[in-house]
Ligand binder design. Sequence first.
Ligand SMILES: CC(C)(COP(=O)(O)OP(=O)(O)OC[C@H]1O[C@@H](n2cnc3c(N)ncnc32)[C@H](O)[C@@H]1OP(=O)(O)O)[C@@H](O)C(=O)NCCC(=O)NCCS
Length: 241
Amino acid sequence: MSGMRFARHGEWNMRDNADLHEKITAILHELKFDYPSRPEQLKILIKDRNGVPVAFLQPVSVEFVGENQFIKILADWREKNWDAYPTVFKVTMEGTGKWVNDQLINRDDRILFLISAPDGKPAGHLGLSNFDFTNCEAEIDNVVRGAHNVLPGIMTTALEVLVEWSFTRLGLKRLFLRVFYDNARAIKLYERCGFKGVKKIPLNKIIDGEVIRYEEIQEGQNLKIDRYFYLMEKHNESSGR
Ligand SMILES: CC(C)(COP(=O)(O)OP(=O)(O)OC[C@H]1O[C@@H](n2cnc3c(N)ncnc32)[C@H](O)[C@@H]1OP(=O)(O)O)[C@@H](O)C(=O)NCCC(=O)NCCS
């Protein structure tokens, strides 16, 4: 311990961030690989205002790889909500299955949670991605209500639970997200959960065969503005920032 007192400021930060990186990837790994054997211990409960569990966050874990019934649900939700995503492509079972394996399970800095009703039926999903371990930040990812007319208000409560868990369990200092500026319903959800708008980011639409992509226009690029992202953020008030 005593030797650490002489570490320069930058070295302190590097050490802290390496610890945070290791801690977070270990937590995400445990959720993705150990959930099937310890669901009761690892599920994250979503409670109503009276403290009664109404649903839970269930990590998309190894048990879902190659599970066609589950992959079909994800593919259907992706297809139905195409307008909320910056990339639009032909959704297939094969592509969705590969995405689950490569981008959710085997990427150590990303996680998707199903919002599951007590009977196990999923109502939607949301997750975390694009971790910045140096600044202790991550991006809210893939927020979708899949089942309508069930669990009113669950997307709000689930996001509140994910935010709280990210700050307390993972130790993040800031969460951010990018939502299309014309997506009023989603912006309303994020504002209800305490996210504040930071800036509008201009986007250029690119049509590449059957794929449509919206790409952020960088400073100095003289491209047509077709749409905007809205960058929103929420700080961990107890992290001293
Ligand atoms: C964005 C999206 C997730 C919001 O879902 P949602 O169903 O509106 O969210 P909630 O489950 O929190 O429900 C909120 C609604 O239920 C009502 N409600 C009822 N009980 C509630 C409760 N206990 N708590 C909060 N809201 C409650 C709210 O008033 C609100 O209705 P309103 O918008 O008419 O005022 C959903 O519209 C969606 O999946 N959109 C497509 C994908 C998308 O755009 N994702 C965002 C990408 S950035």
